[in-house]
Every structure is written in structure tokens, then in C-alpha cells.
Design a binder for this molecule. Structure first.
Ligand code: ADP
Ligand code: 5GP
Length: 206
């Protein structure tokens, strides 16, 4: 019997801090993997192609869509984003914990496709603080920032579709909260493989 890998989705209004938190978690747990999405949005300063996203043009994205290479895709703030099916397939093959940092449409799609996935929703401490964080990141054009702020309330209304809700006030505390959720989810009885445990018991059977 093969164990199911843990699929973790993290969503939040843009600027809340989910990417920062995911990076910190991957640094502390190099055995976890992150799904690198494809996007048609422009690369921000400091982002690396293939590490943060696969940056592609609209043509290439459309081709991948037609070839059904995405597990899910969505248009977010005027750009296209998609989770490659192969990230999920690879994590399943290798029985790895996979983290997907995607929007609320993507979160709903992943839950439909993989009901055993674990969905974490992150909130900023306040809308004022969200604006401040978006401004600090500040590679956005002004209209983009407005677009992201305007969408925040609509995105927040999806919170009840998620399994967990965290308020990202203190960065290190939120990192610990996500680590604790993953740790508890991995220990759920439905993910325990009694056959693997049983193999180690042969020598005691006499
Ligand atoms: P998201 O991926 O949700 O769009 P980012 O991870 O890019 O957000 O974070 C947006 C900004 O907020 C970054 O400048 C990041 O350093 C900052 N940030 C993240 N978490 C916190 C926090 N708990 N307190 C203060 N600033 C934070
Ligand atoms: P950003 O441009 O700030 O990197 O991302 C904008 C939004 O798109 C964020 O909510 C981010 O999580 C989301 N996103 C990133 N990749 C994907 C993806 O593959 N699918 C979906 N549905 N959303 C994504």
C-alpha cells in the first residue's frame, strides 16, 4: 500500500506574506518541495526564472493549457498563473510534502481534484498593514497595487473554504504555525501505513 503525499495549499490576499513564509519553511525543511507555477506576469526584481516562477509568454501558456499540462490555472490581477500537473505527479511518485502557493480559485480547484489536500488561508493583521506590506514590496505599478488591494476583500470571503486560518502578524510565529499544521497533518491516522510499520516487527514474531 502506497502512502499519499501531503499536498498543502497556502492562499492569501497578495502582500500578506505567504511567499516569504513558504521560503522560510523550505529552508528549514529541505525535504519539502514547492510547486513552481507558470505565469505570464512580468518578473519582479530579485525573482529567478525556474525558482520563483516559470515566466512564459501568453502563447506558451495557452499551448500548455491546450495540452492539459496544468492541474489548475487562473487569471489573477490580469495575469495567468498555472500549477503544472508534473509537480503534483512528481511529489506523489516521491511521496513528498508539496506546498502550493496559489490564489483562492486555485485552492478550490485543488481541493476538488485532491480532497485530501490541506488548505491554509492567511490573513494580514489589518487592511492598513496589507497596504503597507504591498508598498514595501513596491515593485508593483500603482494601478497593480490598487488592483491587488481591491481584490483583497473578495479573496478574504473565501476563508471558510479552507481547513486552517492564520493571521500573519508575527512572521516567525506564522512559520511555526504552518510547521505545526504540516506536522500534525502528517501524523493523521489516515496517512499512517500499518504495513510499513508491520514489516519492522517480523523479528519479534518468533
Ligand atoms: P505574498 O506572497 O502573500 O504576496 P510576500 O511574501 O511577497 O506576500 O510579502 C509581502 C511583504 O510583506 C514582503 O515585503 C515581506 O517581507 C513582508 N512580510 C511578510 N510577512 C510579514 C510579517 N509577518 N510582518 C511584516 N512584514 C511581513
Ligand atoms: P504574485 O503575482 O503576487 O506572485 O501572485 C499573484 C497571485 O497569484 C497570488 O495569490 C499567488 O498565490 C497566485 N498564484 C501563483 N501561482 C499560481 C498558480 O499556479 N495558480 C493559481 N491559481 N494562482 C497562483
Amino acid at each position: 500500500m502506497k502512502k499519499k503525499p501531503l499536498l498543502v495549499v497556502i492562499s492569501s490576499p497578495s502582500g500578506t506574506g505567504k511567499t516569504t513564509i513558504c521560503k522560510k519553511i523550505l529552508k528549514k525543511h529541505p525535504q519539502y518541495v514547492r510547486s513552481v507555477s507558470f505565469t505570464t506576469r512580468e518578473r519582479r526584481k530579485g525573482e529567478v526564472n525556474g525558482r520563483d516562477y516559470h515566466f512564459v509568454n501568453k502563447d506558451r501558456f495557452e499551448k500548455m493549457k491546450k495540452r492539459k499540462q496544468f492541474a489548475e490555472w487562473a487569471c489573477v490581477y490580469g495575469n495567468y498563473y498555472g500549477t503544472p500537473k508534473r509537480s503534483i505527479e512528481k511529489a506523489k511518485r516521491q511521496n513528498k510534502t508539496l506546498i502550493m502557493v496559489i490564489d483562492v480559485q486555485g485552492g478550490s480547484a485543488i481541493k476538488r481534484l485532491y480532497p485530501e489536500s490541506v488548505l491554509i488561508f492567511m490573513l494580514p493583521p489589518s487592511l492598513g498593514e496589507l497596504k503597507r506590506r504591498l508598498k514595501i514590496r513596491a515593485t508593483n505599478k500603482k494601478d497593480d497595487l490598487e488592483k491587488r488591494l481591491k481584490s483583497a476583500l473578495k479573496e478574504i470571503s473565501f476563508w471558510s473554504n479552507y481547513d486552517y486560518v492564520l493571521v500573519n502578524s508575527d512572521l516567525n510565529q506564522t512559520v511555526r504555525d504552518v510547521e505545526n499544521i504540516i506536522s500534525a497533518e502528517k501524523r493523521k491516522a489516515k496517512r499512517f501505513d500499518i504495513n510499513i510499520w508491520g514489516r519492522g516487527q517480523d523479528k519479534w514474531r518468533g
